[in-house]
Design a protein around this ligand. Structure first.
Ligand SMILES: [Zn+2]
Length: 145
């Protein structure tokens, strides 16, 4: 239920399918197994792609924590490599530092006392992201109310 979400929750949504495709730096087209609405999310995965690749949701979650995709074919073992249904899980020390900086940055903001970020309205962000037709999410709309 969308009403159960709070302002800055991290959300992973599982949908029936994602029809969005992207072109990699080599010019090859790929169907997306997951999509994340930038840092902070929400993150959305296709059930069938997630069933094939158990790291898919982790990959999307790490996008919400600020990491970018990797397309270098020599980095296939990496969690953030996102081509050819990757199932790698390694994370570099630099990626861990970047995630840590993102999390610590938010904690610093919270401790300032007047912390309020209207951009973290998770329910609105999720509704907008789910219903953006260019993302091609296939899901039972009756279950997202
Ligand atoms: Zn990705």
């Amino acid at each position: 239920m969308l009403s159960q979400l709070s302002g800055n929750d991290f959300v992973l949504v599982v949908v029936d399918d994602i029809r969005f495709s992207f072109t990699d730096k080599y010019g090859k087209s790929h169907k997306a197994g997951g999509l994340t609405n930038g840092t902070g999310g929400p993150a959305i995965v296709s059930y069938n792609d997630w069933a094939k690749n158990p790291y898919l949701a982790v990959h999307e979650f790490f996008h919400t924590l600020s990491l970018d995709d990797i397309e270098d074919h020599s980095q296939k073992q990496r969690l953030m490599y996102h081509l050819e249904g990757n199932s790698g899980s390694s994370i570099s020390n630099q990626e861990l530092i970047d995630v840590n900086r993102y999390i610590m940055g938010d904690i610093s903001n919270v401790t300032r006392g007047r912390y309020a970020n209207p951009g973290l309205n998770t329910v609105n962000k999720l509704r907008t992201f789910l219903n953006r037709s260019s993302n091609g999410f296939i899901f039972n709309k009756a279950k997202f109310r």
